[in-house]
Design a protein around this ligand. Structure first.
Ligand code: DAH
Length: 355
């Protein structure tokens, strides 16, 4: 009996010595010290002994129990300390390291351009106004000197709003997604607050989708109406914008053109930055421009019929208007060279984060 107890102790101590993890420790505890463990089993055998032998063996059994328990506690302390040391070695924090900056987004490049453009016009007193993107035919065409069925309308490949298969009609004609920001002209004049210096920036929609055309794009429309407004003011405002937005070296030019809602009408050109307006580069023709000039957009003196539509007397008031594409203007400046304009709105972060 005594030998068996001593052997149990030797064995238990050897096992505890080898324990490395808390799981192993628990298993060893159950094995030797548990309620049904080896020591408990050995204690049961004591009952069969006679009184003297029982006293003798009981004393040894108690010693063995204490020794094994002490070994368990020492092992537990060792394993817990080891686990903590290991965690400390693995998990540490260097508070002097720079932090990990979260990814911060920014405004879309078109929104940035809109902010910048409206800021430039604000300096010369143009007030940003907003007009509907869903509008009546009247403001998109008719009031702009394009009577119903006029062929000039075909140039604006217009989306009409449908009403159960029919084109929806309201109090001022068919309902369209406005194909240009010029729908703001008569709406602004109708307000009757003169003089007018409006900059209307908004979305436009046309039935077109290709590498060069978007079904949704932006325009900025300027309108100035006052007494004695002439082409000189138009040219001055155009120059001011071009020098602020594109840089002081860029020249401007007005080229005769035709729009129904302006008379006279112009296309506005700016000198090409690549060939500095010469149309030539070292070994040949400039590939970016036509003969030194790039077209920015349309403009002209507001047609008398448009002023009349807004309730003004064209003998008393005159004005100029212009309408340019935001995407086109911004790409002309930044030199963004993409072979498909739809890239702007694909939400590909590899592209967008560059701006
Ligand atoms: N609305 C015209 C377009 O979308 C551009 C335009 C031309 C606007 C002449 C004007 C203007 O205000 O005077 O093509």
């Amino acid at each position: 009996m005594q030998d068996a107890l001593i052997q149990l102790q030797t064995e238990a101590l050897a096992v505890f010595l080898k324990v490395k993890t808390l799981d192993e420790l628990e298993a060893a505890r159950v094995e030797y010290l548990g309620r049904k463990g080896r020591l408990a089993e050995a204690m049961k055998d004591l009952a069969a002994l006679d009184a003297d032998a029982k006293r003798e063996a009981g004393k040894i059994a108690n010693d063995v129990k204490r020794t094994i328990e002490a070994s368990f506690q020492a092992t537990e302390a060792r394993v817990v300390a080891g686990a903590a040391a290991e965690r400390k070695a693995q998990e540490w924090l260097d508070v002097s390291l720079p932090g990990i900056a979260p990814a911060v987004g920014h405004l879309h490049l078109t929104t940035q351009a809109i902010d910048e453009i409206s800021g430039i016009f604000a300096h010369i007193g143009f007030v940003r106004s907003r007009h509907p993107e869903v509008d009546w035919d009247y403001y998109a065409f008719e009031s702009l000197n394009m009577p119903k069925e006029h062929p000039a309308r075909d140039e604006w490949e217009t989306f009409f709003i449908g009403d159960e298969g029919e084109v929806a009609t309201g109090e001022k004609g068919k309902i369209v997604l406005t194909p240009h920001t010029s729908n703001g002209q008569v709406r602004e004049i109708e307000k009757g607050e003169l003089p007018i210096r409006m900059i209307n920036i908004g979305k436009c929609y046309r039935r077109q989708a290709s590498a060069r055309h978007l079904p949704m794009f932006h325009q900025f429309e300027g309108l100035m109406v006052d007494k004695n407004v002439t082409v000189t003011e138009l040219k001055g405002v155009f120059d001011y914008f071009v020098k602020r937005y594109f840089g002081p070296d860029r020249a401007t030019r007005l080229r005769p053109y035709h729009f129904r809602f302006t008379e006279p009408s112009f296309e506005l050109d700016i000198s090409c930055a690549v060939c500095e307006g010469t149309g030539k580069i070292e070994n040949g023709k400039c590939k970016l421009c036509k003969g030194g000039w790039l077209e920015l957009g349309g403009a002209g003196m507001v047609h008398p019929n448009v002023l009349k539509a807004g309730g003004l007397n064209p003998d008393e008031y005159t004005g100029f208007a212009f309408g340019w594409g935001v995407e086109r203007t911004m790409m002309m400046r930044s030199g963004i060279n993409i072979d498909d304009i739809r890239t702007l709105y694909k939400n590909d972060l590899r592209f967008l984060t560059q701006f």
